[in-house]
Write a protein that binds this ligand. Structure first.
Ligand SMILES: NC(=O)c1ccc[n+]([C@@H]2O[C@H](COP(=O)([O-])OP(=O)(O)OC[C@H]3O[C@@H](n4cnc5c(N)ncnc54)[C@H](O)[C@@H]3O)[C@@H](O)[C@H]2O)c1
Length: 273
């Protein structure tokens, strides 16, 4: 970063996969990391490793273990960030949130049509998935905007997949959430641009990437085999590919890409099946 301001990244889903890799890479690039994640006891040692790596890069890791789709917890998390910003301001610095990344993976991987109602989607599963994987982006951005955290040059990234417009038996609920997420990001891009404050919003469409979220998809073995055959680079996308892209797109002067879906997949999407 060449800017004199104190740049922060809000990473929703900072403890694993794309969010973890991007947190680590942004820390190396000089950003401080406000990480939101949802981990149980078994995952906490890994969270400590991520935080330690961020600090070893000379950055700061302010992490909160919470459900990112909970309104009260979001308000409390942002109050914590505000307190941290107040301390920076008192020390004569100018903190702002330069990067917002929505990288939450938490959805129901069940089909719509099943003989046993318990095995298929129902209202609760549908709404929970939509809320975490799509709608929560809107509420975080609204609060970050209203709270004055976003400024000239701030960039919002959501994470989609080719599955937003394709069918996989267990992926229907997540697919619908991805379609909504893309739509929310476009809408935010347009409305934020009209504020004249220099804030952009784009969606990153990553190729199939080996992460804990992928391995939860019942068809993951088949998806990995197809992807390895299909990706013209001969390899799969990695979380590092996404991280490197977000660092580059967050840099100074990259201010006029807005409302796009940006593929990070080595050409997997254009290759078809
Ligand atoms: N892995 C892929 O092949 C792939 C491809 C394209 C897009 N994506 C998308 O990228 C994003 C990240 O996926 P990933 O593969 O890195 O997943 P991941 O499972 O490795 O990481 C998910 C992160 O989200 C956090 N999280 C989940 N639910 C949460 C909640 N309710 N509140 C707070 N934190 C929560 C987890 O703690 C974790 O940090 C997702 O939106 C996913 O759909 C993944």
């Amino acid at each position: 970063m060449t800017d004199g301001r104190e740049g922060w990244a809000v990473i929703l889903g900072a403890s694993s996969g794309m969010g973890e890799a991007t947190s680590r890479a942004l820390a190396v690039a000089g950003y401080r990391i406000f990480g939101i994640h949802l981990d149980f006891r078994a995952g906490l040692a890994h969270v400590d490793e991520v935080k330690a790596a961020i600090e070893a890069a000379g950055s700061e890791a302010l992490f909160i273990n919470m459900n990112a789709a909970d309104d009260e917890k979001r308000a409390s998390a942002l109050a914590t960030l505000r307190e941290r910003f107040d301390r920076s301001e008192a020390a004569g610095h100018h903190p702002y949130v330069r990067v917002v990344m929505h990288s939450l993976a938490f959805g129901s991987l069940v089909p719509y049509i099943t003989d046993d109602p318990k095995a298929g989607v129902d209202r609760k599963k549908m709404e929970m998935t939509q809320d975490v994987m799509a709608n929560s982006l809107v509420y975080w951005v609204q609060d970050l905007y209203r709270g004055g955290f976003l400024e000239q040059g701030s960039k919002i990234f959501s994470m989609t997949s080719e599955g937003s417009s394709r069918v996989v038996p267990s992926y229907g609920v997540v697919s619908s959430a991805k379609a909504a997420l893309e739509s929310h990001t476009r809408q935010l891009a347009m409305e934020l641009a009209r504020t004249g404050k220099g804030i952009t919003a784009n969606t990153i469409r990553a190729g199939v990437t080996i992460t804990p979220a992928l391995l939860k998809i019942p068809e993951h073995d088949e998806m990995i085999a197809i992807t390895k055959r299909r990706n013209p680079t001969g390899r799969m996308t990695t979380p590092q590919d996404v991280a490197t892209t977000i660092v580059a797109l967050s840099g100074e002067g990259v201010d006029f890409i807005n409302g796009e879906i940006i593929g990070v997949d080595g050409g997997e999407f254009i290759t078809g099946s």
